[in-house]
Design a protein around this ligand. Sequence first.
Ligand code: NAI
Ligand code: MG
Length: 501
Amino acid sequence: MNAPQQPVLTAATTEFMARHNHRMLIGGQWVASSNGQTLEVLNPADESLLATVPAATEADVDRAVQAARQAFEAPGWAKMRPDQRQRLLLRLADLIEANARTLAEIESLDNGKSVAIAEAVDVALSASYFRYMAGWSTKIEGSTLDVSIPFAPQNEFVGYTRKEPVGVVGAIVAWNFPLLLASWKLAPALATGCTVVLKPAEQTPLSALYLAELVLQAGFPEGVVNVVTGDGPSVGAPLTRHPGVNKLTFTGSTEVGKLIGKAAMDNMTRITLELGGKSPVIVLEDCDPAVAAGGAAQAIYFNQGQVCCAGSRLYVHKKNYDRVVADLADHANALTIGHGMDPSVQLGPLVSREQLDRVCGYIDIGRQQGAEVVAGGGRAGDKGYFVKPTVLAKVDQKARVVQEEIFGPVVVAMPYDDLEQVAAWANDTPFGLGASIWSNDLSRVHRLIPKIKSGTVWVNCHNMLDPALPFGGYKQSGFGKEMGRAALDAYLEQKSVLMMV
Ligand code: NAI
Ligand code: MG
């Protein structure tokens, strides 16, 4: 493991981190929690205290929802022209780019991920998503319809539909891509004219607070974006129950997603749920084993495996199984583990001690259930939450490590015989978020794609996301889509108008 280095931070990061005790944003004001309580934010690479953030109370959540409601109805936002919203979103995208290094540093310190990857992936995708959604601000449209009402044949009608912003959005996000997940919620909400109360994950609240500063700098009216910090039960849950919230959008565990879905129904709050996964990587007979192993390593070890669509199950045709698994183990063993601020590091720490324990616990369960550990197999070092990139081979399809989301750098690898069998196994978990197929055999690939029950199927790549492509889960991986045109509808109500003329 690489020794920690003294990171060289931008002046803006230094200034931001030197504040130590952060405030949250409600109605344009930077405030402490109403009861003065705070939460500690740790650096997962060395377990040091980075900062504190307010531990918001139910009263703070209520104030934030009210501020969002006022902003939603105030002429400054409600009467803003679409092209003005577009301009604000473009300005925000520019500010994200201008602050790219700072945002990446904050993300790396807070989450543990590589600063270089954070800048190239998390920050770049966030900016491009705001830009993509900015374009939609001016392209929200209904339709005109000729009606045929059988009992009013003498009358003439004009019928049309219009789309209207759903209102106040409660957005709750996880810690694996803190800035990017916040952007996935904010961009469509703002493009459609909604207002937002954002709750970042308690493990990683800092980039959302920095982003909120950029939102104000971009010129969004006060109260359009509010950020409340705190944990799930005391801040997330009140937000999901709040009758003043019109739509909830959540990224996190399937377990909490179900709780949110149930809470939402009490108020008929609209919901989008982006949940867990156990995405298969399927290597067909014709695929070069070296290509397959490189692809599989990327699919699972990117972001320490803390990716909802991580390729955490590897199915290789039996002909090439041993070769691919051996190559994958070599890739795993070659990865440089260390502090995310070190530019040579490829694998940072997991986000928290809880995740460290959980992931190591799963590796032990795998061993107990007969898996062969061909790479990694536990914690790396004794300071920071590092886990060695792990390959578990020849695991039974019904084993817990094959069925459950581990959310760490752990892949299970299984050989298969034919296309029917691998399709059945690929679909044999409660999840359905992503899948990748590795092959140039077009006919097999096309036969397989319709059989796979997941929201995304990649071919010869994995974890590739684009703002224009809808992303979301089948089965217990979620409900509704993010990104693409499909995401807009989740933030819009549709009104039918019928006029007798
Ligand atoms: P989590 O689902 O509990 O946390 C995600 C967000 O939900 C956080 O902001 C949290 O504060 C909030 N939350 C928690 N309980 C809530 C409640 N009752 N009401 C409203 N909001 C609530 O995820 P956690 O505990 O951090 O991780 C546990 C496991 O969940 C991971 O090991 C992983 O398997 C899975 N997970 C999956 C993610 C994905 O993208 N698929 C992201 C994060 C976690
Ligand atoms: Mg939890």
